[in-house]
Design a protein around this ligand. Structure first.
Ligand SMILES: [Zn+2]
Length: 291
């Protein structure tokens, strides 16, 4: 499932190839499940001003002139949705739901989604914030104190807080495991047990890991490819995700995996000890010493 770095690995080449490109034609498939709403917009003669991203959501900004916005296309990638940049001479891939051709371009832009959990939706600029209202700020932009405040209010695990797109958006299963290992915190800790310093450590780790994953074109676990049709490279740098039973890169203890809320979580039981347990142990040792 594409997370923030994978969405970015799709977005950046699309901007490089097609920003300022004028649409020649648009062909829409008939799968109704992919589309939210009944509206149809003619993109012909409009140009792609830019593609924005918030969390895992891509927003294509189509305009009449630079100052005159026309319509947005909001794209949620779901489990297997992706945008591909294709040479016109290449055959269209299977499971393709939207094809956009540009004037004077040897390439077209194709939305492909084999599992069809992705969603496409037309919207005007003023509707966009309402449509995305249930989604929290992008994890790379959320002020550290806001995230800490949300976490402190919750007795859920810090892993489920990182996955909660209403608090901050962009992180999924892969990066939640990687971030908590880098922060040296047990994924079973609760939000309300976090100190301010620990919550800053989580956000710092999130920024470093996500930025590095963006530079590597994301992670390819099953089938993810960037919009250029390339595999990501960040999977080679995973420290815990997908490494159950293999030695921890820091302490050689076997990495453990457990299922939580139908998703597998990976962690090192030594490098990510529960803080509370350690405190309790210290307390117990202190008591023994007194006796
Ligand atoms: Zn370890």
């Amino acid at each position: 499932m594409p997370e923030l770095p994978e969405a970015e690995a799709i977005r950046l080449p699309v901007i490089r190839f097609f920003s300022d490109g004028i649409v020649e034609s648009i062909k829409r498939g008939n799968n109704k499940k992919i589309w939210i709403g009944e509206n149809e917009y003619r993109l012909e003669e409009l140009f792609l001003f830019t593609v924005r991203r918030t969390g895992k959501v891509l927003i294509f900004d189509w305009r009449i002139t630079k100052e005159k916005p026309a319509v947005l296309l909001i794209s949620r990638l779901g489990m297997s949705g992706t945008w591909l940049i294709q040479h016109l001479r290449d055959p269209l891939p299977d499971h393709c739901h939207l094809v956009i051709s540009f004037k004077d371009s040897a390439h077209r832009l194709v939305y492909r989604d084999p599992r069809r959990f992705g969603r496409l939706e037309w919207a005007f600029e003023e509707e966009c914030s309402v449509i995305l209202a249930s989604q929290g700020p992008d994890i790379l932009k959320i002020p550290a104190d806001d995230w800490y405040r949300e976490a402190r209010r919750s007795s859920r695990t810090i892993r489920s807080l990182l996955l909660d797109q209403k608090i901050s958006s962009g992180i999924g299963n892969i990066y939640a495991s990687e971030i908590l290992f880098a922060a040296g915190l047990s994924p079973f800790r609760t939000g309300k047990s976090l100190s301010k310093r620990e919550s800053y450590r989580i956000l710092d780790a999130a920024r470093q890991i996500l930025e590095s994953a963006i530079r590597s074109g994301g992670s390819t676990i099953h089938s993810f490819q960037t919009s250029l049709g390339e595999n990501g490279r960040y999977q080679d740098r995973h420290t815990v995700y997908g490494r159950a039973g293999k030695p921890c890169l820091q302490c050689s203890t076997p990495i453990q995996s457990v299922r939580e809320a139908s998703r597998t979580l990976f962690y090192c039981p030594v490098c990510q000890k529960r803080q509370l347990r350690r405190k309790e142990k210290t307390l117990r040792e202190a008591l023994t010493a007194v006796q």
